[in-house]
Design a protein around this ligand. Structure first.
Ligand SMILES: [Zn+2]
Ligand SMILES: [Zn+2]
Ligand SMILES: [Zn+2]
Length: 327
């Protein structure tokens, strides 16, 4: 138990593994004027423009400040961290862009929801119509007729087939099919980074592990683990604690040997943004990846990929590293 030192700031008391850098960063942006400076610089920023600076006076003007004394103090707090000063003025550094982008994406700021809306796709389990629904910054694909792949609890809606993290800004797409396609592509991008040991949120290192349900029910949703899939791969970022999880198979969809296997049989997977048909083809292929435990000590999981009457088998270890590919 920590004895809280009452002379510490709440930020210092709470910091833990995030380190003093996090306290410093929060303190630097914990002020309305400084946030206004970041927003004003972002507003002035034009992607791919030659110059992306605001002069001191233009910045002062943009933020609505009349005197420069206090303003300089706030600007100095941001300089070197979120803002860079050049001979011509001020501009956002990468960290400043990331901070503003998180706000623009709506993360944690809005409570956007989307009531279940049917899409032009049938459930692989029962053939019923699928729908997309959004809450807690997750896009769920749900079956309107069967119990889906997961136990419905307070967070997971009934009939959930897929659950992908999705930013609220992504909901502005024009159709539920577009929203669905974007959520799948975003997830596949995340799979690829996780498989490479890279956190999609902070670029820190990610650790993978395999979890096998010890009392798995072969049919329907298992009461023990709350899933249909016996084997779950988990990823945890050791820097920011971002997590990912899912059956191992779909995470292999962009492995070079898997991509080649599909390509040789006429299916291109990969860059298919906003193309609902292509995303559905890729997803159908991914959903057919079957996994089984081939050894328990050490853990080895075999993923069988079938397409056009042929198969490819990929063996992964307890850290989701690929140890063999068998034609
Ligand atoms: Zn269904
Ligand atoms: Zn189970
Ligand atoms: Zn991270």
């Amino acid at each position: 138990m920590n004895d809280r030192n009452t002379t510490d700031s709440p930020l210092e008391s709470a910091v833990g593994a995030a380190g003093p850098g996090a306290v410093d960063a929060f303190e630097r942006v914990g002020d309305e004027t400084r946030l206004a400076i970041l927003l004003a610089l972002w507003e002035a920023y034009e992607p791919f423009a030659d110059e992306n600076v605001l002069s001191f006076s233009a910045l002062l003007d943009q933020v609505g400040y009349e005197t420069s004394g206090n303003f300089s103090y706030h600007l100095q707090k941001l300089e070197g961290h979120f803002v860079e000063s050049t001979a011509d003025g001020y501009r956002l550094k990468q960290a400043g862009h990331r901070l503003v982008r998180a706000v623009i994406a709506g993360r944690g700021l809005t409570d956007d929801r989307l009531a279940p809306t049917e899409i032009d796709l049938d459930c692989q389990l029962c053939g019923g119509p699928l729908a997309v629904t959004y809450e807690n910054e997750q896009l769920y694909t749900v079956c309107t007729e069967c119990e889906g792949r997961f136990t419905s609890d307070g967070e997971t809606p009934p009939g959930a087939i897929m659950q992908f993290a999705f930013d609220p800004a992504g909901l502005s797409r024009s159709s539920p099919e577009d929203i669905f396609a974007a959520s799948v592509l975003r997830a596949v991008g995340k799979f690829t980074m996780q498989m490479g040991g890279l956190c999609p949120d902070c670029s820190g290192p990610v650790e993978a592990s395999i979890h096998v349900c010890e009392a798995h029910a072969p049919d329907g949703i298992c009461r023990n683990c709350g899933r249909r899939d016996e084997i779950q791969a988990r990823w945890v970022c050791t820097t920011c604690k971002n997590t990912g999880h899912g059956p191992p198979g779909p995470n292999l969809v962009l492995h070079p040997r898997v991509v080649a296997f599909y390509a040789e049989r006429g299916l291109d997977v990969g860059y298919v943004t906003n193309d609902f048909e292509s995303v559905v083809q890729m997803l159908t292929a991914m959903s057919n990846h079957e996994q089984e435990v081939v050894s328990t000590d050490p853990i080895r999981v075999g993923v069988t990929i079938r397409y056009a009457g042929d198969r490819l088998r990929v063996i992964v270890d307890e850290s989701m590293r690929i140890v063999a590919v068998e034609d």
